[in-house]
Write a protein that binds this ligand. Structure first.
Ligand code: SF4
Ligand code: FE
Length: 488
């Protein structure tokens, strides 16, 4: 291929995959056209389509450091601070265009983390992981592929390490070594965009110790490799997508999905293995991936843009936009949303060069950003529901609006301003419902909480990374407990 795909070409490329997908207890024969899955495919397709628009070209495309060819930024290895900043802006842009999780960042983050760690392992052990990784990367860039980045293991009993779980498969591990590769068994949970991906990149989920070295494994496989099964997660209000093109869906175009991905004795050829028992490098790989992915939560700023736009619109429809408390709530929503933007820009602007030339975000600031993401979208959503009023959860369906019997009552009694059709009011309320309670709330709220690590994971990193000694030193100097070199 060697070119940037558009939405149509991306969709066609997915049709060629032979994925083993289950939903509602049944195998999905046609994944691309399944009405529950399709909106999530369309959200990924947007990352392809908008890359062809001149106004977005600078953010959504760049040049490959391997081949010099123009590539989609979602397949790029960051070569500068400018690349990192553009990645944050790209996340906000795509979130603001789709109002949901567009799924493609997680593979980008996995590749950037692997580009650092494969290089570092080769330096330490004389292995050839980086060469293998770069070959894989070129394949991804040349074919403009979407990759799932799979880190989260089911983890079983949280008080036990991988090797001491009653069921050894609760963390993905190597079960057999062959001449031509390895065989792995286990699962990865909450996999964003898994069935819209061409490739799946697997990494360990936590720091592994020597006794758990069989669990220290990273690799990439085509998403339809033999032995991989996808079991899709349910979402609140998901079956509304089965009701046809009704505006009750809220977001008429896009959505996201997550899946449990099972690896039932899956063969991985050596060429696709990027870590094999080098447990000492698992911390670096996990923390760098987490930092990149915490930066990627720039996406929620874009979804916040849409929610704020919807809140302002419903305020105007209700005739409440000039009330001082409504204006102040909109200001608060914007303040919180732009504060989130500051965080993802800051961790990018403070990025630095790592092993092999890959640029990494400032890890402390990326964790601070993600910690804010676990909180502010909830407050923004609360304010949106406050402004929207109770109708956001009591609104009748589109079918009632169009009913020959009761439609006239719905139109009459849910009318606000004379020039605002009741239908418009219902549509914008459905969008607010979708983002704060429905299928998109998975992405805007609970994924904000737990995606890229739950809040406590960031707090541990913040505690570890702040320079407390330095803060104490200056404090003690300024009050005379210890002597410093202050200007007297
Ligand atoms: Fe990307 Fe955001 Fe979805 Fe994660 S939640 S995959 S960062 S769009
Ligand atoms: Fe996520």
């Amino acid at each position: 291929m060697g070119k940037l795909m558009n939405a149509q070409e991306y969709e066609e490329s997915l049709r060629k995959l032979n994925l083993n997908v289950y939903l509602f207890g049944r195998k999905v024969e046609n994944v691309v056209d399944d009405p529950i899955i399709r909106p999530s495919m369309k959200a990924v397709a947007a990352t392809y389509e908008y890359a062809h628009r001149p106004e977005y070209e600078d953010l959504l495309t760049t040049r490959s450091h391997l081949t010099g060819k123009k590539i989609n930024r979602f397949t790029h290895i960051h070569q500068s601070v400018d690349d990192l900043v553009k990645k944050s802006k790209m996340g906000r842009l795509m979130g603001s265009l789709t109002a949901c999780c567009f799924q493609r960042c997680v593979g980008m983050d996995a590749m950037n983390a692997l580009s650092i760690t494969t290089h570092a392992m080769d330096k330490e052990y004389g292995t050839e992981y980086n060469r293998r990784f770069l070959k894989f990367l070129e394949h991804v860039q040349e074919n403009d592929l979407t990759c799932d980045g799979a880190m989260t293991d089911p983890k079983g009993d949280r008080s036990l390490p991988p090797g001491r779980q009653p069921d050894p498969d609760l963390f993905l591990h190597v079960v057999e070594e062959r001449k031509d590769g390895i065989v792995v068994r286990g699962a990865k949970a909450h996999q964003t965009g898994a069935v819209n991906s061409h490739e799946i990149i697997v990494m360990p989920t936590i720091t592994m110790r020597e006794e758990d070295r069989d669990y220290a494994v990273a690799f990439a496989l085509p998403s339809d490799a033999q032995g991989i099964t996808y079991i899709l997660g349910r979402q609140s209000c998901d079956t509304r997508k089965l009701e046809g093109p009704t505006f009750d869906r809220g977001n008429l175009f896009y959505g996201g999905h997550e899946a449990l991905v099972v690896f039932d004795d899956v063969f991985v050829p050596w060429e696709r293995v990027f870590m094999y028992k080098e447990y000492a490098f698992t911390t670096q790989l996990v923390e760098n991936f987490a930092a990149y992915h915490r930066q990627s939560y720039a996406c929620k700023v874009g979804v916040g843009d849409v929610l704020i736009g919807a809140a302002q619109t419903i305020a105007e429809y209700n005739g409440a936009e000039r009330a001082s408390h409504v204006k102040d709530k909109i200001i608060e929503m914007n303040h919180l949303n732009e504060t989130l933007f500051c965080g993802c820009l800051a961790c990018a602007s403070e990025g630095h060069r790592e092993s092999g030339g890959t640029f990494l975000v400032d890890v402390l600031l990326a964790n601070v950003h993600k910690q804010n993401i676990t909180r502010f979208p909830y407050e923004i959503a609360r304010l949106a529901q406050d402004i929207a009023g109770g109708l956001v959860v009591t609104c009748p369906s589109e079918a009632d609006l169009n009913s020959p019997e009761v439609g006239k009552w719905v139109k009459k009694y849910y009318r606000t301003k004379a020039d605002v059709p009741t239908e418009y009011r219902m549509r914008i309320l459905r969008l607010i419902e979708n983002i704060t309670l429905g299928t998109a709330a998975v992405g805007y709220l609970t994924e904000s909480m737990h995606g890229a690590g739950s809040p406590q994971a960031q707090r541990i990193m913040i505690a570890r990374l702040v320079n407390m000694k330095q803060k104490q030193k200056i404090a003690k100097e300024l009050c005379g407990i210890i002597k410093g070199d202050q200007v007297s």
